[in-house]
Design a protein around this ligand. Sequence first.
Ligand code: DGL
Length: 261
Amino acid sequence: MIGVFDSGLGGLSVLAAIARALPRADLVYLADTAHLPYGDKDDGYIRQRVLTIGRHLVEQGCGLIVVACNTATVAAVAAFRESFPDLPVVGVEPGVKPAAQRSRSGRIAVLATESTARSERLAQLIRQHAGSVQVDVEPCPGWATRVEALALDDPDFAGEAHRHLSPLLAAGVDQIVLGCTHYAFLCPVLEPIVADRAALVDVADAVARQCVRLAGADAYGQGRLTLLATARPERLQAALPALGLHALTAHLHGAARLVIT
Ligand code: DGL
């Protein structure tokens, strides 16, 4: 069984890629909806949530854990790996490396939560992989919460997204990293703004490929999906069709359940 978690709905973008790559794997998705958003919390709080949820998923029998959240990965994946040294753990970090490699203009941007944007880990990724390009880090407060509210076609948001992206595009940014798993669901709004001036960089498929490499026997189950949430599990289940994730609905094994952790 493969355990995948996030603060809420964002990690479903990663889960969908994993389900495509490993259609026979049994998947458990846990949304920590009682504690979202993570993006405005401090590292200690996020670390404690990651350890608690990770432990819960291991206790359920997951042999591979995917931290489907950039904020949780940058703040806590190292601590989580230290606590479970024998467990394969896949984190999700902003795709700075592919963006830097693909950039022709020499200027890229990272959209992220406030917590990820100010993190030492992101600064380190930029130093390691983007030494030859200029990187604009753009915190996007409230964007993940907007996805949670499924308020995706709100015209106010299009205006807000314009205000964030237009100066970056005007400055010549040609790769825009979606540094939060929730932002994949904002692509229908972001793509028309970006048009052919820049590419949106999402790492969900790369994360799924890493899962294929590490899954071992966990790749082979009955292709069942279990949904868990620390609050309002019914909202998590209802979000699948609302986010266009019909293929995941087909894998659903029973109704989404509440977990108290
Ligand atoms: N989906 C998360 C990420 O990738 C965090 C969103 C939030 O809870 O603020 O960063």
